[in-house]
Design a protein around this ligand. Structure first.
Ligand code: ADP
Length: 620
């Protein structure tokens, strides 16, 4: 495993920043809105509020009531009977969640108006006619009995139609109304007015921290309770003498709960299959205010900051830790992102899930993937280094064996046999030249290795290309003669090159010996050097085995040998050409190869001439 400190850490922060941007954009899409809503509903059910003594109760007009008391047509008379029974029970306030806007028969209406007048704290309902900007007001006959009129709009969510919030104030046609439950709360607490500021409302010294939010009015999250609000049906009230007691001292919400008649039913976070009737929703709104169980949505700034923190901590973790340590902390980050909405919910803050979760998941996955790829790269680099080292050993043992064998053999000859002076001199000369060749080879090899690693500066001295070619031709001649190959020099331009003569000699010698190695007997190898513009074209042409297009593309890659070369029985390592490439490149040149299978090859080194260089560049 590479040392973490040696890794560049900036990419982790860049990756985390990209993930953060993506998570934030994704977090504000409608789909994210739905996911966050779904998560909010779940959280609301998971952490129900404490169950103190509730202040409210529902007086419901259920199916049985309608069945027994003349149905919807006789509703006002039934309501009047119920109010008459309710009055002696002394409720704190009564809020009627029925829009009693039109006349429905003089007798009925007058009876109801009279019953209403016996209720001290009565709130009636009104609502805005859809698309008409017009309030549907209570019928004037009923109005005097009511201490207040409240609006009965529960605003369902625009994505999924679930009722989560209520607008405590609603304006239309230049009339502004408080919510029914809020008016009931005011009357129940004996307050004359609702004192408002941008930040909150005050009712008889009780602060309701629901700020005004521009044209969204004053939205307040409804803290739906796990347990249902106590209910008494009108039928029970009228028929069971003791039932009125259940409503004593309560704020009573009167409304229709009948499956067939209640048209104001809405799905809520606590509804399972059947939607909740409007009257029950009003009771939940009331209890939210009465029990001070407010929920605040987290500010956008805090959401962005939390996501930023998650992404940056993840980046830091992966920049400085590796392996299971990093993955472990990454998993904790993800866990933390998922728990954040739960923890904050306990303090009444609604925090979205998707943006922080996406930020944590994305940054952990991407940073981990990046770390993995970096580690893999480092691993394969060190593997490549190792195999290069092994190949280098291979090269040394193969390429250097022939001069060593010659030296060994000759020295043995000298020590074992009585040789003539002439022969001894010849052998000594051979030992001398072979050992020099070996030294040169070692030097060239080490130089090229160091060149490749950028540790060595190339020698820069002028030398004659023609001299280099002649020396190499002479050195390779015995090899060529052995294979009866004719080694010829064609045009040899006298121009000088600038660079490292030893290295260039190595390159040219390698090309000539390759040409000899990969050619059949009785063929010719021709070496030429001609000036073209400010470049020298040094070509080694043979009539050998050649190679096809595919092989042409690959030669020069370290350790690559063509199939023809393998089959030829000639020893080789596939490293020489790659060294030639490096040498030529370090001389500011390039190499071109043309070849066809069975029709020979031509390797051309194209290097700048010394004369083409400005004199200042020439070093001694
Ligand atoms: P080596 O000759 O030791 O295998 P080189 O790096 O010098 O390694 O050459 C790489 C490969 O390129 C050779 O193995 C051979 O397949 C191919 N090659 C080089 N020169 C010639 C040539 N003149 N004709 C045909 N193939 C050649």
């Amino acid at each position: 495993m590479p040392k973490p400190a040696s890794r560049p850490i900036l990419p982790y922060y860049l990756i985390a920043a990209l993930c953060l941007a993506f998570a934030l954009i994704a977090g504000w899409t409608p789909l994210a809105g739905r996911i966050d809503n779904y998560h909010y509903d779940w959280t609301l059910r998971l952490y129900p509020p404490a169950e103190p003594a509730l202040e409210s109760a529902i007086l419901e007009i259920d199916d049985l009531t309608l069945l027994k008391y003349g149905g919807a047509r006789n509703l006002r008379r039934t309501l009047a009977l119920a109010l008459d029974k309710l009055a002696p029970a002394r409720p704190r306030a009564v809020a009627i969640d029925l829009i009693l806007a039109e006349e429905s028969g003089k007798d009925q209406d007058q009876t109801l108006a009279a019953a209403m007048s016996r209720i001290p704290n009565l709130v009636l309902s009104s609502d805005l006619v859809p698309n008409a900007d017009q309030w549907e007001e209570p019928y004037p006959l009923f109005r005097p009995a009511a201490k207040a009129v409240g609006h009965v709009h529960a605003d369902p969510d625009r994505y999924d139609g679930i009722s989560r919030e209520v607008q405590l104030e609603k304006a239309g046609n230049r009339v502004r109304r408080w919510a029914l439950a809020l008016e009931a709360f005011r009357l129940a607490h004996g307050a004359r007015d609702i004192i408002e500021s941008d930040a909150d409302l005050k009712i008889g010294g009780i602060r309701i921290p629901v700020p005004r939010r521009g044209n969204r009015g004053r939205p307040m999250f409804i803290r739906y309770r796990g347990r249902p609000i106590p209910r008494v049906s009108i039928r029970q009230l009228l028929e069971e003498p003791g039932s009125a007691r259940k409503l004593t001292g309560k704020v009573v919400f009167v409304g229709v709960t009948s499956q067939s008649q209640a048209r104001d039913r809405l799905m809520t976070p606590v509804s399972t299959i059947t939607p909740m009737p409007g009257v029950e929703i009003h009771a939940h709104i009331y209890e939210t205010i009465a029990q001070k169980e407010y929920l605040w949505p987290a500010s956008n700034v805090s959401i962005v900051l939390a996501c930023l923190m998650l992404a940056m901590v993840t980046a830091t973790v992966f920049a400085f830790l590796t392996g299971w340590q990093a993955y472990g902390v990454g998993a904790i980050q993800i866990l933390w992102a998922h728990s954040l909405p739960h923890l904050l919910f306990q303090s009444g803050i609604i925090f979205p899930l998707l943006a922080p979760a996406a930020s944590a998941w994305l940054s952990v996955i991407c940073c981990a993937a990046w770390q993995y790829s970096v580690t893999r790269k480092q691993l394969s680099k060190s593997e490549a280094d190792r195999s290069r080292y092994q190949q280098a050993i291979h090269f040394v043992s193969h390429e250097m064996r022939s001069p060593l064998t010659a030296i060994q053999g000759s020295s043995e000859l000298m020590s074992r046999y009585n040789l003539s002076e002439e022969k001894r001199r010849q052998i000594a000369q051979m030992i001398n030249s072979e050992s020099k060749r070996l030294a040169r080879m070692i030097q060239a090899f080490l130089d090229v290795e160091r060149l490749g690693e950028g540790q060595m500066e190339l020698k820069r001295e002028p030398f004659s290309a023609r001299d280099v070619i002649i020396v190499c031709l002479e050195r390779a001649r015995p090899l060529a003669e052995k294979k009866r190959i004719q080694l010829d020099a064609g045009e040899l331009s006298p121009e000088e090159l600038l660079g490292d003569r030893e290295l260039m000699e190595y390159a040219v010698y390698n090309l000539i010996t390759n040409a000899v190695k990969y050619s059949p007997p009785e063929t010719q190898v021709l070496v030429t050097a001609s000036r073209k513009g400010d470049r020298l074209h040094l070509a080694v042409r043979d009539q050998g085995i050649g190679m096809d297009e595919k092989e042409l593309k690959r030669i020069g890659t370290k350790f690559y040998r063509t199939r023809g070369a393998e089959k030829s029985g000639e020893a080789g390592t596939g490293i020489g050409l790659s060294i030639v490439h490096q040498i030529v490149e370090h001389h500011g040149g390039r190499m071109e190869v043309s070849s066809a299978p069975g029709r020979g090859s031509c390797f051309t080194i194209i290097v700048p001439l010394h004369a083409a260089k400005p004199a200042a560049e020439v070093k001694g």
